[in-house]
Ligand binder design. Structure first.
Ligand SMILES: C[S@@+](CC[C@H](N)C(=O)[O-])C[C@H]1O[C@@H](n2cnc3c(N)ncnc32)[C@H](O)[C@@H]1O
Length: 268
């Protein structure tokens, strides 16, 4: 794990989207300011909790899919708090030797993950900013855990909307994919205002007051983040519609999601 002193300072009075997300999921790793801001968003977007949960269930199904495709190593960028049903649980349930490298920039998330993971030798949490791939790949929790000569599932689930257009998320994810072996996967989800623009615009204003504002993007701009991969069936769909266990659950709820297979890049 990276040195905690490298993390941004923790201020419980400044609402943080990672902890708001934890609140929406029913978790306990959040403070009063997080809850108050999350409730403000909910007042504008009544389906936000359903959307966040649909995203989380998509994550579980996509991890299971990767294991079924023979990929048992995971690089989870913007991993959040690894509570019930998180990546290492789903992956190791399906493949006991699966390895999971979590990466997150938020101090409470990293501290909680450290406590939750305890002595699990096949799961690490690295405190790092995903905008710096060299630092991520060089971190011991990533470098010493993942064998990059074998396929890896790159997870960017509900995180790229924290990056601004100036961060150029399309180019950034390609820098990660280029380091991965053929047969690797890229699992992605991202919030959108495509289905419900007005409440989303209001939510965007609320998020501007948090530590990390959100950028809602259109389907076309999100699909561009998987350009160069082979999109697996059913392509880019609402998170709730990606291979749902119960098709009756599949509704438009606000996250575009897809999985791309990574082919033969000229690797860096
Ligand atoms: C909404 S949570 C998603 C958690 C998990 N991926 C999921 O979908 O259930 C987004 C996470 O991304 C993290 N994050 C935001 N910007 C980041 C960055 N630049 N580098 C690393 N993590 C980041 C936040 O701290 C938060 O924990």
């Amino acid at each position: 794990m990276s040195d905690a002193s490298e993390l941004p300072p923790l201020d419980p009075d400044v609402p943080n989207p990672a902890r708001m997300y934890d609140y929406y999921l029913g978790g306990s790793h959040n403070f009063a300011a997080d809850r108050a801001t999350a409730q403000q968003v909910e007042a504008n977007v009544p389906w936000v909790v359903a959307a966040v949960r649909a995203n989380r269930f998509f994550l579980g199904r996509a991890v299971r899919f990767c294991v079924d495709e023979g990929v048992d190593q995971f690089l989870d960028l913007g991993s959040g708090i690894p509570t019930v049903g998180h990546v290492h649980e789903v992956a190791q349930d399906a493949a006991p030797l699966a390895r999971v490298a979590y990466v997150d920039v938020e101090p409470v998330t990293v501290a909680s993950a450290t406590a939750i993971l305890g002595g699990d030798a096949r799961t690490t949490i690295t405190a790092a900013d995903m905008r710096d791939p060299d630092t991520v790949f060089d971190a011991p929790g990533v470098r010493d855990l993942l064998d990059l000569s074998r396929p890896v599932a790159l997870l960017t689930v509900a995180v790229l909307h924290y990056l601004s257009d100036d961060d150029d998320p399309v180019a950034l994810v390609e820098r990660y994919r280029r380091r991965l072996a053929p047969g690797s996967m890229h699992v992605l989800s991202h919030v959108t205002g495509d289905h419900d623009p007005d409440p989303i615009a209001a939510a965007e204003r609320v998020y501007r007051g948090t530590a990390t504002p959100l950028t809602f993007r259109t389907r076309q701009r999100i699909e561009a983040m998987l350009a160069g991969t082979e999109l697996v069936v059913p392509g880019m769909v609402d998170a709730s519609q990606w291979r749902p266990q119960d098709p009756a659950d599949a509704q438009h709820r606000g996250f575009w999601a897809g999985v791309g297979r990574i082919g033969q890049y000229r690797r860096l």
